[in-house]
Design a protein. Structure first.
Length: 130
């Protein structure tokens, strides 16, 4: 894996993730492989898994009719072990951020994504979007 954030993410997973490590080793790393290193993304980690959100990923999901990503921010709560939480790769640095910032970014990325239409679904499919 050559993404600049990968090693930091792996260390967090090694430290805190006790279940569903394949969230990171399979799904998040595949997502990273398809992102330009300058593309921002949000990532959360907790003992029972990880998830990576990016603008292209959210646009792809929205085109399929999935939405409502911002409320998932509540899935990380203050009782989680140290290191659990939301992280932002801004195109050059990887750092932990608070829930409000994560919620705001997810909402913005979802609002900016084109709405679900058959034309959008077809165009994404033809580009190999899913």
């Amino acid at each position: 894996m050559s993404h600049p954030a990968y090693e930091r993410m792996r260390k967090i997973v090694d430290k805190i993730v006790t279940h569903y490590r394949t969230d990171f080793t399979t799904h998040d790393t595949a997502h990273l492989d398809n992102l330009d290193t300058s593309e921002p993304f949000l990532w959360f980690a907790r003992p029972y898994g990880t998830h990576l959100f990016s603008r292209p990923g959210i646009a792809n999901d929205k085109a399929r009719g999935w939405s409502g990503f911002a409320p998932c921010v509540a899935s990380i709560n203050r009782s989680e072990p140290q290191g659990s939480g939301w992280y932002l790769w801004d195109g050059s640095t990887f750092r932990i951020i608070d829930k409000d910032r994560a919620r705001s970014l997810l909402q913005k990325w979802e609002d900016d994504a084109p709405p679900k239409t058959e034309e959008n679904k077809r165009a994404r499919y033809l580009r190999g979007g899913w």
